[in-house]
Ligand binder design. Structure first.
Ligand SMILES: NC(=O)c1ccc[n+]([C@@H]2O[C@H](COP(=O)([O-])OP(=O)(O)OC[C@H]3O[C@@H](n4cnc5c(N)ncnc54)[C@H](O)[C@@H]3O)[C@@H](O)[C@H]2O)c1
Ligand SMILES: O=P(O)(O)OC[C@@H](O)[C@@H](O)[C@H](O)[C@H](O)CO
Length: 384
């Protein structure tokens, strides 16, 4: 039987990618550092996906097992797999890269056939980033083997999967919508047949379309909601003062995306409408602290707040609401989130101006810097 390794048995791993692979006839080995999750996967060998939407349903996923991603067994698992997917978070890719490299060396020694690696993270070029990290751990022979036999394909992955309290630790609650788009030209050994995997040769456009629309609106809804003491995304987007920034911000990034990639403007408007409806899904409890997690990552130059603002600026387009959204991120003050604590400690120590400039790359007193600073001062007075 075909084998897939899914690094990360978390929400998107179990709730989307692992499930698609299992349904496509792969035996899916979830590799994680969470011992309890791995034990449970090996005991139960199945779990349920609860579709939490207007039409509810339950899907049972079978033919799965678990493996500690930091134990010795994972190397043999990689050596005998056809596909590796990840959903561990962009910052964790560097920790799994040496393991994937060891698995590739084992495949080379065994003369194994093609393997495809697809990092399913909210990050432009996540797989290329992982590939660089993996290559840095490969021998010269390993690099040559990988060039010929290992495909590293980027992707865009979209399904809202918040933490879920089911009867079973493994069960997961998801929205009905899902979209997984994979960079076809990078795949090796032919295209795997996986229902729900779409293929494209223009991936960057689709990754940015998703990251700069859904994740942009999501993050802004989270940070503004947090400031107002609102707990969930669906409640936050219903608040007119939040929506009146989050929605135009998605329209600003939309105008930039349409211009840059020549997307159909009417189709893109529908895409934004659909996303707003997804945020409003009352059947899913998605907390603003999940969506706002790791604000420093989200404020990165290629990520969902500053990335679309820069794209709009390059194209001579408006970006006021995107910059207001970024300002709200600088006020995200949640001690349970290490990046939020780091951000707030830096603002305390250095003052907000230098931190805004350093994190965003906007020079002091530039137009975009001044707009963030003005919004920051305005929002500060709104803090719940
Ligand atoms: N949840 C969503 O709605 C969603 C949707 C699209 C994309 N994503 C992306 O998917 C990725 C994962 O998000 P999530 O929501 O599933 O997070 P999550 O926290 O639910 O899952 C991450 C999993 O990775 C595991 N992990 C951590 N370190 C590891 C390691 N060294 N080796 C193996 N596993 C390790 C964790 O134990 C956890 O089970 C992120 O990049 C996120 O942006 C999430
Ligand atoms: O996973 P993050 O932290 O990059 O972003 C939080 C959410 O916006 C994200 O997980 C969405 O739910 C997901 O991208 C929907 O496809």
């Amino acid at each position: 039987m075909k084998k897939a390794i899914q690094f990360g048995a978390g929400n998107i791993g179990r709730g989307f990618i692992g499930a698609l692979l299992a349904n496509a006839g792969y035996h899916v080995v979830f590799a994680d550092v969470n011992e309890q999750m791995i034990q449970e996967l090996n005991e139960k060998k199945s779990y349920q996906i609860h579709i939490l939407d207007l039409e509810k349903s339950v899907e049972t996923i079978t033919n799965v097992s678990g493996c500690m991603s930091n134990g010795p067994e994972i190397i043999d698992e990689i050596a005998s797999a056809e596909i590796i997917t990840t959903a561990v978070g962009p910052n964790v890719l560097k920790f799994i890269a040496p393991t994937i490299a060891q698995g590739i060396e084992a495949r080379r020694a065994a003369g194994a056939g093609p393997l495809n690696v697809i990092a399913c993270e909210n990050m432009v070029g996540a797989t290329s980033h992982l590939q660089e990290q993996v290559e840095s751990h490969l021998s010269e022979e390993g690099k040559a083997y990988a060039r010929e036999h290992v495909g590293f394909a980027n992707c865009s992955v979209d399904r809202i999967v918040p933490p879920f309290q089911g009867e079973n630790l493994l069960d997961v609650g998801v929205e009905a919508f899902h979209e997984w788009i994979v960079e076809e030209p990078k795949l090796k050994g032919g295209t795997p047949e996986i229902d729900g995997m779409k293929l494209t040769d223009n991936l960057v456009a689709y990754v940015q379309r998703k990251l700069f629309t859904l994740n942009t609106g999501h993050a802004i809804t989270a940070y503004l909601g947090f400031l107002k003491g609102i707990e969930t995304i669906d409640q936050s987007i219903q608040d007119e003062s939040v929506r009146s920034i989050a929605r135009p911000a998605m329209e600003e990034s939309g105008a930039a995306l349409v211009k840059k990639y020549e997307f159909d403007a009417a189709e893109h408007a529908k895409y934004i409408d659909k996303i707003e409806t997804r945020f409003k899904n009352p059947y899913i409890r998605d907390e603003v602290i999940r969506v706002g997690r790791e604000p420093l990552r989200k404020l990165g130059p290629a990520d969902r707040l500053i990335g679309p603002a820069n794209m709009a600026a390059e194209l001579g387009l408006g970006r006021d609401h995107l910059l207001q959204g970024a300002a709200a991120a600088f006020l995200y003050d949640n001690n349970n989130d290490p990046q939020s604590a780091e951000l707030q400690a830096r603002i305390q120590a250095e003052g907000v101006g230098p931190v805004v400039s350093d994190v965003t790359g906007f020079a002091k007193d530039s137009e975009d810097y001044n707009k963030i600073m003005a919004a920051y001062e305005k929002f500060k007075s709104l803090k719940a």
